[in-house]
Design a protein around this ligand. Structure first.
Ligand code: CLF
Ligand code: SF4
Length: 492
């Protein structure tokens, strides 16, 4: 069955797009409101990170230590460091204000397991105060085998390991050194130790039923051809999800790769690798490479509303019943999205065509097309065919509207970012950008304003197919698109 049959409809499915009917009840319970482990959930539920872990025990060539850990973050971002006590208060403040926040992750700004006391103390304090919040940890894996018991004892049910290689020769080009057993190791030896520890840690976690995600940074010319092997190796060891993320590399980040001019992959290079691995295991495609102090839905960042200063002044009333009632309402909305999509999918049943298109969508969440073109800081990209609709990535862009004026330069960046799409779905759009998009061969679609994304995408596709078949339009293969590189320093 193709990926297009995703969703909780009882069909087999691949990707973090898997729905309720595709997974065992036990796994579904773990991922249903985790925005990273379930693509569907990421439209509705938020996560937060607390930056309690400053130290790191390895060096990655895509990282500059002045900034956050690039394994789960965009280079160039600096998070606000917190003590475990400050972090726990912040979690309660966010939980009181954002009942859709369901997951606390610790992902830096260094490596959480290079700061075990601070990391575990934070999780302990949060579990005592807010027991409904899922705990999530992201690590480079070097110290993972040592801390499996602590992870299990604290009920940390989601662990991410960044695994960029299983071949130490490849690793030597990514990691100049690691610090292990009170000693600095370099070159191939360092990567050999790191890889062994990562894979052992992964095996130990999955043996205990802890859900594991593997992040891999796709570095063209270094590990892009090797990641298919990594994918097989982590699947064999029980990883639940593989998240292949693009290298973000620019000289201004001051990283070894950035200074040496290594480029990140294009949108289509990344998609081709993700597609080729998808037959092996579940792929995550909605990662936003978050800050170590991110707050909100993936793709939005509300960390500025929850600075330490503000959190200290806030009235904090964690109320489990209010949170649960809110989440029940979210579940009702979410079920409606799935029903609408499945109904629409029926209209394509029996239709066979090899045509598939990409569309870009401006959305603020809830699975709806509910954002003005000029306000979008990212577009979500979906692939649509007769087999269904699936999320394939997002593209970060400059706001087209800045203080009410459209900027021609930013329209260019939007066009480059969604150049592989045939249409862009928005709630509203002005005449200038509409014309500019049409000139670039991208159809602006405001007809589905506030409607559900997947249902609308399928309707559009059915009509598009009809127009192609009648000869009204000609389907041309679109070009490649750009993933943003240097501009990611901004606090989005
Ligand atoms: Fe955070 Fe990571 Fe947990 Fe998610 S993020 S620790 S698994 S709660 Fe998510 Fe952000 Fe991508 Fe990470 S979108 S960078 S995958
Ligand atoms: Fe930087 Fe993270 Fe790598 Fe450590 S593990 S060097 S913080 S990217």
């Amino acid at each position: 069955m193709s990926c297009g049959s995703k969703g909780g409809n009882g069909k087999s499915s691949c990707g973090s797009a898997a729905g309720q009917g595709d997974l065992s009840p036990e796994i579904w319970e773990k991922i249903k409101n985790h925005p990273c482990y379930s693509e569907e959930a990421h439209h509705h539920y938020a996560r937060m990170h607390v930056a309690v872990a400053p130290a790191c025990n390895i060096q990655c060539n895509y990282c500059n230590r002045k900034y956050d850990c690039s394994n789960e973050s965009r280079p160039g971002v600096v998070s606000e460091r917190l003590t475990p006590e400050q972090a726990a208060r912040k979690v309660l403040a966010v939980a009181s204000n954002l009942p859709q926040m369901t997951v606390l992750g610790i992902a830096g700004p260094g490596d959480p397991l290079a700061n075990p006391e601070r990391t575990f103390k934070t999780f302990e304090l949060v579990t005592q105060a807010a027991p409904d919040i899922k705990l999530c940890l992201s690590t480079n894996g070097l110290m993972l085998p040592e801390y499996i018991d602590s992870i299990q004892a604290l009920n940390i049910d989601h662990v991410t390991i960044t695994i960029n290689m299983i071949d130490p020769e490849v690793g030597a080009k990514i990691y100049p050194w690691i610090y292990y057993n009170k000693k600095r190791h370099e070159g191939v030896e360092a990567s050999k130790i790191l890889s062994e520890r990562q894979l052992l840690g992964l095996e130990m976690l999955t043996e205990r039923g802890i859900l594991c995600k593997v992040n891999s940074v796709m570095i063209p010319g270094i590990n892009d051809h090797h990641l298919a092997e990594v994918n097989k190796a982590v699947k064999a060891r029980g990883a639940f999800l593989h998240n292949i993320m693009p290298l973000i590399s620019a000289p201004e980040h001051g990283t070894v790769f950035g200074l040496n001019g290594l480029r990140g992959p294009t949108a289509q290079e990344l998609k081709a690798l993700q597609d080729s691995c998808e037959s092996e295991m579940n792929m995550m495609r909605h990662c936003r490479q978050c800050r170590a102090d991110a707050v909100g839905l993936l793709g939005e960042d509300r960390s500025n509303e929850f600075t330490t200063e503000r959190v200290m002044e806030m009235d904090v009333h964690y109320d489990l019943e209010i949170r649960q009632a809110y989440q029940q309402e979210v579940e009702r909305q979410r079920a409606a999205v799935v029903v609408a999509r499945n109904e629409e999918l029926k209209t394509l049943a029996g239709d066979e065509s090899n045509l598939s298109i990409l569309i870009a969508v401006a959305s603020k969440g809830e699975g709806r097309i509910n954002q003005h073109f000029g306000h979008a800081k990212e577009f979500q990209v979906y692939e649509v065919s007769t087999t269904g609709v699936k999320f394939v990535g997002h593209r970060r862009v400059d706001n087209y509207c800045k203080g009410g004026f459209g900027e021609e330069d930013s329209l260019d960046t939007v066009v480059r970012a969604i150049n592989d799409c045939v249409a862009v779905f928005i709630s509203r759009i002005g005449n200038c950008p509409r014309e500019g998009l049409l000139k670039a061969g991208i159809e602006p679609m405001d007809r589905f304003a506030l409607e559900y994304i997947e249902q609308s995408a399928l309707t559009y596709f059915r009509e598009y197919l009809g127009r192609v078949r009648s000869g009204e339009i000609k389907h041309n293969q679109r070009g490649d698109a750009e993933l943003r590189q240097g501009a990611l320093i901004a606090n989005l």
